[in-house]
Design a protein around this ligand. Structure first.
Ligand SMILES: Nc1ncnc2c1ncn2[C@@H]1O[C@H](COP(=O)(O)OP(=O)(O)O)[C@@H](O)[C@H]1O
Ligand SMILES: [Mg+2]
Length: 241
């Protein structure tokens, strides 16, 4: 069997609130799991359980206090993300990882389509524009929003632009923090379809979902997180229709 594409081994993270007399908030406790290439894992659990912290510790937005994250790169080489220097880490994660947070953070006074074009890799301008417009349409973002500054977007539009920006690159892995949270049921289905198409194209992923329909369609495996640890795990057989 091939090695997993991603392996988390004994991750721990405690936040120290310096402004509150050094109060400690344990957020991750000894989290270990493997993700096979092409697999999609759903993280579920109540708010405050540590799901977002886990995602951030995987992509190294937060450095875990202890434990390792191993990633098998495009050449099959094992990379220890937890031990890598910042520059090498940034190069690797910018190219290979698509991390979609809950908040949109983009340059002000740049239109949505231009923001997407900035993320195009190795495409001629016309091809980049066509790709950006295609992703926009796939995510049910109106063409009328293309030249609008995203600061004025609704919550659901911001969330979809966040995903659109990530899909403009060619990530090998997706890390999604509640990508369908602010959406109406019809738009949710659209997003799940887009993610499913990526999955079928071979992309691996980890996503936090409260939407059990999305989980049923997308996930091969579900990890339930509570109080910073994995408390249950079960296989899911994604519907394919
Ligand atoms: N940057 C931070 N500083 C301090 N505490 C944090 C920070 N991020 C998360 N926490 C705390 O860690 C715990 C887990 O949070 P989080 O991972 O966001 O949970 P979830 O995504 O499951 O809702 C919570 O108690 C939260 O308050
Ligand atoms: Mg969260």
């Amino acid at each position: 069997m091939t090695d997993p594409i991603l392996s988390a081994q004994g991750l721990n993270k405690t936040f120290v609130m310096h402004l509150l007399g050094g109060r400690k908030i344990p957020a991750l406790r000894d989290v270990s799991f493997d993700l096979a290439e092409g697999e999609f894992i759903a993280l579920v659990g109540r708010t405050g359980a540590g799901k977002s912290t886990l995602l951030k510790c995987l992509v190294q937005i937060y450095r875990p206090d202890s434990g390792r994250v191993q990633y098998r790169d495009r050449n099959g080489a094992q990379q220890s993300l937890t031990e890598m220097g910042d520059h090498a880490l940034l190069d690797l994660t910018e190219r290979d990882f698509g991390y979609v947070s809950q908040a949109l953070s983009v340059a002000p006074r740049v239109g949505a389509l231009d923001l997407m074009l900035e993320r195009a890799v190795g495409l001629e301008p016309e091809a980049a524009r066509a790709r950006a417009r295609g992703i926009f349409a796939d995510l049910a973002l109106s063409p009328a929003l293309e030249d609008v500054y995203p600061v004025t977007f609704s919550g659901g539009e911001k969330q979809r632009l966040n995903l659109a920006l990530t899909l403009m690159g060619e990530p090998r892995m997706l890390f999604l923090d509640e990508p369908t949270a602010a959406l109406d049921p019809e738009t949710r289905t659209r997003i799940v379809d887009v993610l499913l198409a990526r999955k079928r194209a071979g992309i691996s992923g980890i996503g936090i979902f409260h939407d059990m329909e999305a989980v049923a369609h997308l996930a091969d495996r579900v990890l339930e997180i509570d109080k910073g640890g994995i408390v249950a795990e079960h296989a899911n057989h994604p519907c394919t229709v």
